[in-house]
Design a protein around this ligand. Structure first.
Ligand SMILES: [Zn+2]
Length: 246
């Protein structure tokens, strides 16, 4: 009896990296085979793409699916990339981009006897007799904006939380190294001034998070249930905001 010749059975590696071309763009992704029923694609805030596929799915099939979702993948990557300019340390020179309320503005420095900062068109215009002062003028501008805009944005949320019979004892803004916001046991909420650089929904996520602490001090199940009830897509805004923390 003849034995049939089988090619040696090759198990797909648990993890591998692949790349495919979509128009002028290359999309590379990490492929993970898992015990699961459907294929899942994730774009991480660092723009890496992970594809989780059911065991035994042929590579062509996976590539076909990735290709189908390519416009969405590229859109997600673009979205996360828009926050990258924040990472390098700021020099406060003309041409550099700075963020406000989720939008980028180019810095323009003007030698001028008086000092002021103006947001005009797509530009941050800084007037100063000494250009080395641009950084501190800009920081002061952010601080003034934050002191005005953050409480204004929080107001309707504070009113909304009255349904849970809670109210912050105070709301203030501060430069903070490691946190976006805090809520003291006495109900004092502090928001990071840096937040005014973020898109409105990211700021609202922090406000909602701190207000939830008035109801539930700890990050327990009840806390997250309340946060999800008040902002069902909070995870998206949290991920987005974390691009800022270096
Ligand atoms: Zn918290």
């Amino acid at each position: 009896m003849r034995r049939e010749q089988h090619p040696p059975q090759q198990k797909p590696p648990a993890q591998s990296v692949h790349s495919l071309q979509f128009g002028s763009k290359a999309i590379s992704f990490e492929l993970q085979y898992q015990h699961r029923k459907t294929l899942g694609i994730t774009v991480h805030p660092n723009q890496q793409v992970t594809v989780k596929a059911p065991l035994e799915t042929p590579l062509e099939k996976i590539e076909e699916k990735v290709r189908k979702r390519a416009p969405w993948i590229l859109r997600q990557q673009r979205y996360f990339r828009s926050f990258e300019p924040l990472t390098p340390p700021r020099q406060y020179v003309s041409g550099e981009s700075h963020l406000y309320w989720g939008r980028q503005y180019r810095l323009k420095l003007y030698q001028h006897p008086g000092e002021c900062v103006k947001l005009k068109g797509g530009f941050f215009e800084v007037y100063t007799p000494d250009k080395a002062r641009a950084g501190s003028l800009l920081r002061q501008w952010y601080q003034e904006r934050a002191a005005h805009k953050l409480p204004e944005l929080a107001k309707p949320w504070i009113e909304r939380f009255e349904q849970y019979a809670v109210k912050p004892s105070g709301l203030s803004v501060k430069w903070m190294q490691k946190r976006w916001g805090s809520c003291s046991p006495k109900g004092q909420i502090i928001l990071n001034i840096e937040l005014v650089k973020a898109p409105r929904r990211c700021i609202e996520y922090v406000i909602v998070h701190e207000l939830c602490h008035l109801v539930h001090p700890h990050h327990n199940r009840a806390f997250f249930a309340l946060q999800t009830r008040e902002m069902p897509d909070w995870q998206k805004w949290k991920d987005h905001l974390e691009r800022f923390l270096a």
